[in-house]
Ligand binder design. Sequence first.
Ligand code: ZN
Length: 276
Amino acid sequence: MPYSIQDTSKLCIHTITTQPWPIEEAIERYATVGVKGMTVWRQALEGRDPAPIGERIRAAGLSIVSLCRGGFFPGLDQTARQAAIDDNLKAIDEAAALGAPLIVLVCGAVLGQLLAESRRQIKEGITTVLPHAEACNVKLAIEPLHPMYADSRSAINTIKQANDMAEAISSPYVGVAVDVYHLWWDPDLESEIRRCGRAGNLLAFHVCDWKTPTKDMLNDRGLMGEGCIPIPTIRGWVEAAGFDGFNEVEIFSHRYWAMDQAGFLQEIKEAYLKYV
Ligand code: ZN
């Protein structure tokens, strides 16, 4: 690996990782410790105009990696599905104003509906908003979620399903986000990452760790090195597949959010240098 021990040039952090900080403080703190990229969660923009926030991030020397998140396309009726389309169009506008080149899609699933039907609605939703994404020069990344979220968060649960959908849509504006938390267990991960890269669809790489036991299905993610995910191995696969973007630290954790965030940020940097 050609990385020096202090190389943070590909370190990106998702604003939700340090959720207690307002985005203005996160920008300043990340830049101070040498973080080079920021993925902005939409709730961090609440009550703010995205364009000046984007300028502020760039002025601090950080790249805006993506906006999180769009998606949640499936709905039990047309009204719900249209509301999702409208929200995704709005997210695309926000990304364009912010200067984010990419939106990560948590694609959605609804109780009481077959996953296959939800997948059909996801594909329909993406193709409906795609012309607006193209016009705004914002790409869309399908993020497959761990199967434990198939009930209500995503009907796309493997990288193969994400690859299949991205290839079926076949647009330079639609690809896949690889998140080690969701995909580390998959026996086909290496070959599907290779396939994803070959198709030009590998758009983002998210890292954190899987804790044993996991006490909360949503908000108990581990810091890198704290769990069982072979992160450097998976990073090697995405890089071998041609990916040269940021390594994005995305941790939802009640435990870490309760900590002093400046101390947590130091821990993130150390864990990144050691375990990613
Ligand atoms: Zn992710």
